[in-house]
Design a binder for this molecule. Structure first.
Ligand SMILES: Cc1cc2nc3c(=O)[nH]c(=O)nc-3n(C[C@H](O)[C@H](O)[C@H](O)COP(=O)(O)O)c2cc1C
Length: 391
């Protein structure tokens, strides 16, 4: 079955649901135009700010499961973006999302008005970056950049209201990963303020990496802290997206830890309409964006879906089914079933079985008395030879 990846988001057509989230591939108009050539539906600018600041260095570091970054907004002036940058970005035949932040709500509205005049397709407002306060205060002594009050949605709401008055473009609020435990409160706040959509999430943190030979924090800045991104944050961002979808009708951009098409499908199943990718492109080159777009078509085809919409919110339905069947807390173990033709006898299941219930070699034997049905072996099997049907 042919798969149509075209996706409507806030009344805008995207050629596919994958966008490049704000990062170094959105650092200027030419880079966005070139990034768009990898076939993505849209590219976000790096956060446009009125007073660009130089990054503390080093500002990027690979860590297990992703990377840390200690960057501020765009190092190009707002003037550059609104006279040249967005225009050049638009030559790339992908939607251009102006990610911007004012130091005051009024300034945010002014930046948004100028982004609209420069023909950006959508506005995205970041809410809070985990490492920003510490770095800005060190760079600009006396500026007293306030520690964000995580529970106070008021300033964000004021910004959204003023921006909505200033522009006709869709306005999307990008939630911070640090709102993980209060995502419903922020979602409600975004909705009440009149935003058109929610992106989730930005980095988690503040996070730290130390050079074990010298004791130095790997990143620059006072304590060397940064925001954690990449696969390590995906389970948290994905759960946040699910929760947004459970309590709001606003369209969602799922972001965080996407490296392959299966990750995109998970976000769509959790309720996202668009899916952002950032770290995967930084750690593997921009070609990764194209790979994800191509694999997405194949993955959806395998599922028998003709478009991403066919699987959107599927997980919400599955959760509802559990409730309806009275299966919200299953405790009777199901011993995994082995499909021998798929088993390569790699032994991973035996290695991880903490109950010593599996013996691999000359076939796979599972001791039914020892097996507790925990599911770990199923999740590590690289060939899908083990299955358990609980629901
Ligand atoms: C190097 C880098 C720079 C980033 N810069 C911005 C930014 O300027 N504005 C913003 O809203 N998010 C920024 N982010 C956050 C990403 O847009 C994204 O929300 C986050 O990295 C999670 O997605 P990922 O795991 O695919 O990277 C940045 C992330 C990275 C890694």
């Amino acid at each position: 079955m042919a798969v149509d990846l075209k996706t409507d988001f806030c009344g805008l057509e995207f050629k596919n649901p994958i966008i490049v989230a704000a990062g170094a591939h959105g650092r200027d108009g030419d880079t966005i135009r070139e990034t768009a050539r990898w076939g993505v539906g849209g590219v976000c600018t790096k956060t446009i700010v009125s007073q660009p600041a130089t990054d503390v260095l080093p500002c990027f570091a690979k860590v297990e499961g992703g990377m840390l970054n200690a960057v501020f907004g765009s190092d190009r002036s707002a003037e550059y973006w609104f006279t040249e940058g967005i225009k050049r970005a638009k030559e790339g035949r992908a939607r251009v999302i102006a990610n911007l932040a004012g130091f005051t709500p009024e300034e945010g509205a002014e930046l948004a008005r100028k982004a609209e005049a420069a023909a950006a397709d959508m506005i995205e407002l970041p809410t809070h970056c985990p490492h920003m306060g510490e770095i800005l205060n060190a760079m600009f002594p006396g500026m007293n950049f306030p520690e964000p009050k995580l529970l106070d949605v008021g300033p964000m709401q004021q910004s959204v209201r003023l921006i909505k008055e200033a522009v006709k473009l869709p306005v999307v609020v990008k939630l911070s990963g640090t709102f993980s435990h209060i995502v419903r409160e922020w979602t409600k706040g975004v909705e009440e303020a009149g935003a058109d959509g929610i992106a989730c999430s930005d980095a988690l943190g503040p996070a730290l990496s130390i050079d074990p030979m010298t004791g130095h924090p790997v990143l620059g800045g006072p304590r060397g802290v940064g925001g954690l991104t990449g696969p390590a944050i995906k389970p948290i961002a994905l759960r946040m997206v699910l929760e947004i979808a459970m309590c709001s009708k606003l369209p969602i951009v799922g972001v965080g830890g996407v490296i392959r098409a299966a990750d995109v499908v998970e976000y769509i199943m959790a309720g996202a309409t668009l899916v952002g990718v950032c770290t995967a492109g930084h750690l593997n080159s921009e070609k990764q964006y194209e790979k994800i777009v191509q694999e997405l078509e194949t993955h959806l085809e395998t599922l028998g879906a003709s478009s991403p919409q066919d699987v959107r919110g599927l997980t919400l339905k599955r959760i509802e089914e559990r409730k309806q069947r009275g299966k919200v807390a299953v405790t009777d173990p199901i011993v995994p079933v082995v499909e021998e033709s798929k088993c390569s006898e790699c032994g991973k299941c035996e290695t991880v079985c903490v109950y010593k219930a599996i013996v691999c070699g000359g076939g796979l034997k599972i001791d039914k008395k020892r097996c507790t049905g925990c599911g770990l072996c199923v999740s590590v099997c690289p060939t899908g030879a083990l299955t358990q049907v609980y629901y």
